[in-house]
Ligand binder design. Structure first.
Ligand code: CUO
Length: 624
């Protein structure tokens, strides 16, 4: 089979997944390997935070991953498509596809086209259906605005929470890093997975707070206890598979025990985790105490807090983060009395829509930060790069050091995910944030007398808080978002480094639509640029404000000879900062978030800087 034929067969598996009728293949005709899947009913919302769902999904992706060859894989997928829960099917096939050697170069169809009902409000979908009925034989385009009402202050952040690319990124991230990944079965190790869980989610929270400040809102208040009253949220999403809406959470509700986990369990886990952080020791399942060391401590903690299969002791430390998603998603019907669907927090492709997501993850991040703050602050020695001086840092855009942002419209095709009974196109036109093209320019002096290889690290953070006061360095450090990281050779003497923001190591470079994939675009065995995981380019920088919001652009050069991980450049290494390099080691030996992932004692930030760092104030101006 050619790669294009393979891609076409994959597309067929995902097409119209919301309307596949249950086939009831008699069990005796099913492949025996699939005898233990099909437990989660069709139409139920699949949650990859829910232990039982995840166990079944893992069983399925491991079977699919182990299929003898591509034909065998396809046969199993086709059978599973007819009786396995739809959401679980898409997840398991995606995980297997991404990791099978004979699927190299194949692209997972975009989740926003496979399940448009997870991205587009139900009223817009209904409007599209009516338009199709009214205008048979015509292409349809309906417009959608962000969900909610200006009476709710959180409405201002809809463009971020509902961004298609941001949500798709999160879905892909959890496919690249399944919580239940067993390297011993899958034959591939996920390097520093626990640490990346910490870092990627820390960055999403930092980005969210940058947006809040851009919108003249206070930074979020994290969860402080599990008994507080919660803010309300209404997703306006309806599953096209079951016809049930995603749960609405009226304001003032509280978290409750559910059948599989209690609030008390969660509190006990928090206590045990905090105790481990206090003494820098974790208890393993054999009663041994293992030291949390500076290099791997955060990785151990990440796995334990998520919790993933790599948790050192899941019985004792529980699964704080995952159950938090589930319990929050079920706040409106904790006992399942009303057979309501859970809320958006239960799924990785929808959870970012709910403001509570960020408060939950900031709470989780505070746990990690307690550990990070207990480590010694970086010494000048650890920060320096002898002979290298950053002389100037700037941004090249239409106006130097000013980047403009604006709202742009784009279109999403609905007919691959849903069957409208028409061969015409049915599209939704949606707004999203965009920024003008820009590049970084850094002037560096290399006085070492020799050629040097440097890792260039670029971060951005707001300079002022919500009241207009300068942010203290140790607070600002948690708001620094990574914009780029790349290798550069420095000649002796002066170097002017320019790097296009479109080539950022944070963002995914090309997004392929269903139509592109049908036409075979981007499908190639030696495609190296695309793995679907990566922050969307349109959201690389925060929105800023109309006046022009002041941000600090921070650049640091470190010794690439020390940072470099041998043989780390590989397939799917487009957006390595948040997604890593598939099947390879994370291509940077420094702790993720370096140099901001430790306490900063110096005040102001300028006192923290060694000569290999530079900071410039830039403005981001939102043009509306
Ligand atoms: Cu990605 Cu909580 O892990 O959302």
């Amino acid at each position: 089979m050619t790669i294009k034929e393979k891609q076409a067969s994959i597309l067929a598996l995902f097409e119209h997944l919301t309307s596949v009728p249950k086939q009831h293949i008699p069990e005796k005709e099913r492949d025996n390997r699939l005898h233990d899947v099909g437990h989660l009913s069709r139409g139920k919302l699949f949650s990859l935070f829910h232990r039982e769902h995840l166990e079944e999904a893992t069983h399925l992706y491991e079977i699919l991953h182990a299929a003898k060859n591509f034909d065998d894989f396809l046969l199993l997928c086709k059978q599973a498509r007819d009786f396995v829960n739809e959401g679980m099917f898409a997840y398991a096939v995606s995980v297997a596809l991404l990791h099978r050697d004979d699927c190299r170069g194949l692209i997972i169809p975009p989740v926003e086209e496979v399940f448009p009902d997870r991205f587009i409000p139900v009223e817009t979908i209904r409007e599209a259906q009516k338009e199709v009925e009214l205008h048979p034989g015509k292409d349809i385009v309906v417009e959608v605005e962000n969900t909610g009402n200006i009476l709710d202050p959180e409405y201002r952040l809809c463009y971020f929470r509902e961004d298609l690319g941001v949500n798709a990124h999160h879905w892909h991230w959890h496919i690249v890093y399944p919580a239940t990944w067993r390297s011993e079965v899958m034959g591939k190790t996920k390097d520093r997975k626990g640490e990346l869980f910490f870092y990627m989610h820390q960055q999403m929270c930092a980005r969210y707070d940058c947006e809040r400040l851009s919108n003249h809102m206070h930074r979020m208040s994290p969860f402080s206890n599990l008994h507080e009253e919660l803010e309300g949220y209404a997703p306006h999403l309806t599953s096209m598979i079951s016809g049930l809406h995603y749960g609405v959470r009226p304001s003032g509700m509280k978290l409750h025990d559910i059948d599989v986990v209690t609030i008390q369990d969660m509190e006990r886990w928090v206590q045990r985790i905090m105790e481990a952080i206090d003494i820098h020791m974790v208890n393993d399942t054999h009663g041994n105490k293992l030291k949390l060391d500076e290099t791997t401590g955060i990785d151990v903690l990440g796995a334990l807090v998520e919790a993933s299969h790599d948790s050192i002791n899941p019985e004792y430390y529980g699964s704080l983060h995952n159950w938090g998603h589930v319990i929050t998603a079920r706040a409106h019907d904790p006992e399942g009395k009303f057979h309501e669907d859970p809320g958006v927090m239960s799924d990785t492709s929808t959870s970012l829509r709910d403001p509570i997501f960020y408060r939950w993850h900031r709470f989780i991040d505070n746990v990690f930060q307690d550990y990070k703050e207990s480590l010694h602050p970086y010494t000048k020695d650890e920060l320096s790069f002898t002979g290298i001086k950053v002389v100037n840092v700037s941004v090249n855009a239409k106006v130097k050091n000013v980047i403009t942002t604006f709202i742009k419209k784009n279109e999403l095709e609905l007919t691959h995910g849903m069957d409208f009974g028409t061969t015409n196109s049915v599209k939704v036109k949606y707004p999203h944030l965009e920024h003008e093209p820009f590049s970084f320019q850094i002037t560096v002096e290399n006085t070492s007398g020799a050629k040097k290889d440097a890792t260039v690290r670029i971060f951005l953070a707001p300079k002022f808080d919500e009241l207009g006061n300068e942010l203290p360095a140790n607070i600002q450090r948690r708001l620094f978002i990574e914009l780029d990281k790349f290798h550069r050779e420095l000649i002796s003497g002066q170097n002017i480094i320019t790097h296009n923001a479109a080539d950022s190591s944070v963002t995914v470079s090309t997004l392929r639509s269903f139509e592109d994939l049908k036409a075979g675009k981007g499908v190639s065995e030696d495609a190296t640029e695309y793995c679907s995981c990566g922050w969307p380019q349109n959201m690389l920088i925060p929105r800023g404000n109309r006046k022009g919001m002041v941000f600090e652009l921070f650049v640091m050069l470190t010794d690439w000879e020390k940072d470099n991980v041998n043989g780390s450049v590989g397939f799917c290494s487009d957006a390595v900062s948040y997604c890593g390099a598939k099947d390879h080691k994370y291509p940077d030996k420094k702790p993720m978030g370096f140099p901001f992932a430790r306490k900063i004692k110096n005040e102001p930030l300028e006192d923290f800087l060694t000569t290999n760092m530079g900071v410039s104030a830039i403005k981001i101006q939102f043009m509306g």
